[in-house]
Design a protein. Structure first.
Length: 26
């Protein structure tokens, strides 16, 4: 969850990439 909050601060492009990485990890 903490990663999601940090992603909000980052640009949209980074948010999409980070989300894609988090999904497989789960």
């Amino acid at each position: 969850m903490a990663s999601t909050v940090t992603t909000e601060t980052t640009p949209p492009n980074t948010t999409i990439t980070t989300t894609a990485i988090i999904a497989p990890n789960i």
